[in-house]
Design a protein around this ligand. Structure first.
Ligand code: HPA
Length: 275
């Protein structure tokens, strides 16, 4: 085995072992990455163990001031979950191995599905600020996190990306949203590196290649989850409309974000309840 490969696998195993020691026999069924809009979800978890990222070996130090991230192990709607409050972005300067380590560790801890949320800029002109978009597929414009020696213990060299966003979970979300009166959009998330927002020409390019929203996260985490064959469900809050001439009113965006968060929290909670 190559040295890089051994080091990466050792890190994943070591980090998982550290966490297992903290959580004892608690076994999370699902992993949740709480992006923008899912702050309320964290408050609904009956936490059993909370581990700040800075205590976790191998986790990078957060570069965003005042955004101390943490892993929350606990129960919601009778289900055992691990939630990540705060994620690592490629634009912060982390390597793709660092960005994706938490998901690989959650895989080692035995999660059976991964729920992700994020904020993104709508490029589908029928989308409005505050809309929730179920991610049906993605286009990756970042470096692929699986570049390098393949970690055969985790998954295959050439992972299939059909059904990347699980069709059964999407169907369940559609039904729940109908029951709850939550309006949903559906579409393709284009993941770029950031940290700049797109130019008008870039938003037009993203639209031309088949995108509905633009964002700077999620895709690396989803790729490593699919490498490990973990089913994924993703939702994006539309916080701005890239192709609109109107410069967004910041307060309105914040308000829409909060309102969307309430709907998102309900949707995620019911999705997990039905696992
Ligand atoms: N582009 C990329 N990332 C984003 C955007 C956007 O317009 N809005 C929120 N995250």
């Amino acid at each position: 085995m190559s040295e890089v490969k051994t080091k990466m696998m050792d890190q994943i195993v070591q980090t998982a072992a550290f966490i297992r020691e903290r959580i004892g026999d608690f076994a999370p069924e699902a992993g949740v990455i709480l992006g923008t809009g899912l702050g309320d979800f964290a408050d609904k978890i009956t936490a059993k163990v909370i581990i700040p990222y800075e205590e976790i070996p191998g986790f990078p130090r957060s570069t965003v001031q005042g955004h101390a991230g943490r892993m929350i192990f606990g129960e919601i709607e009778g289900r055992s979950v691990v939630a990540m409050q705060g994620r690592f972005h490629y634009y912060e300067g982390y390597t793709m191995s660092q960005v994706t380590l938490p998901v690989r560790v959650m895989g080692q801890l035995g999660i059976k599905s991964l729920f992700v949320s994020n904020a993104s800029g709508g490029i589908n002109t029928s989308f409005r600020v505050g809309d929730l978009m179920i991610i049906t597929d993605h286009i990756n414009l970042m470096p692929n996190p699986l570049i390098g020696p393949n970690l055969d213990e985790l998954g295959p060299r050439f992972p299939d990306m059909h059904n990347c966003y699980d069709k059964d979970l999407i169907a369940r979300a559609t039904r729940i949203a109908e029951e709850e009166g939550i309006k949903l959009q559906y579409g393709v998330y284009v993941g770029g590196t950031g940290p700049t927002f797109e130019t008008q020409a870039e938003y037009r390019y993203f639209k031309a290649i088949g995108g509905d929203t633009a964002g700077m996260s999620t895709v690396p985490e989803v790729i490593v989850a699919r490498h490990m064959s973990i089913p994924v469900f993703g939702v994006s809050v539309i916080t701005n409309c890239g192709l609109s001439d109107e410069v967004g009113d910041h307060e309105d965006v914040q308000l829409q974000g909060r309102k969307a968060g309430i709907r998102m929290e309900k949707l995620f909670r019911r999705m997990i309840q039905e696992l």
